[in-house]
Design a protein around this ligand. Structure first.
Ligand code: AMP
Length: 140
């Protein structure tokens, strides 16, 4: 757990465009949005990554994500959006306090089109899928 810019925002030590707050979660506008309305939903628990977040805090985030997404869609008029959640530097995480991006997808917009999606699928064999699936299942 670390003290990041998001902890300072949660404590009110630096300003933000806060759109939602409850006992466990805040949501703020991203300072460098990929599209208008790009919002960060941030649990107050200062976990670095999703897998370090407590169950109750994770549930608190899950409870408000749909409501915040609905508000963003209504305000921006976007009919599509991405929820992005980066964990670890290699995955593109820049702020080491777990957070969820809600990014409206607005093709052709001059205020940002949204997430630039590059998806490079691979072709594992059935045996490979079976094996990794078995290993994960065993831990759950
Ligand atoms: P990530 O790469 O998933 O860690 O994303 C971090 C996000 O935080 C980026 O989209 C930044 O633009 C955003 N960000 C960084 N500092 C601030 C801030 N002070 N207020 C709002 N958003 C911020």
């Amino acid at each position: 757990m670390s003290d990041t810019i998001f902890s300072k925002i949660i404590r009110g030590e630096i300003p933000s465009h806060k759109v939602y707050e409850d006992d466990h979660v805040i949501a703020i506008l991203d300072i460098a949005p990929l599209s208008k309305g790009h919002t960060l939903v941030i649990p107050k628990e200062p976990a670095t990554t999703l897998h370090e977040l407590g169950d109750d805090q994770a549930a608190a985030v899950g409870r408000v994500l749909p409501r915040i997404a609905r508000a963003i869609m209504k305000v921006t008029g976007a009919s599509a959006y991405n929820v992005l959640q980066n964990n670890g530097e290699a995955a593109g995480q820049a702020v080491m306090h777990v957070h969820f991006h809600i990014i409206p997808c607005v093709p052709g917009s001059d205020t940002g089109e949204g997430l630039d999606k590059e998806w490079n699928p691979t072709s594992p064999s059935q045996d490979e899928l079976l094996e990794v699936g078995k290993q994960i299942k065993r831990l759950l």
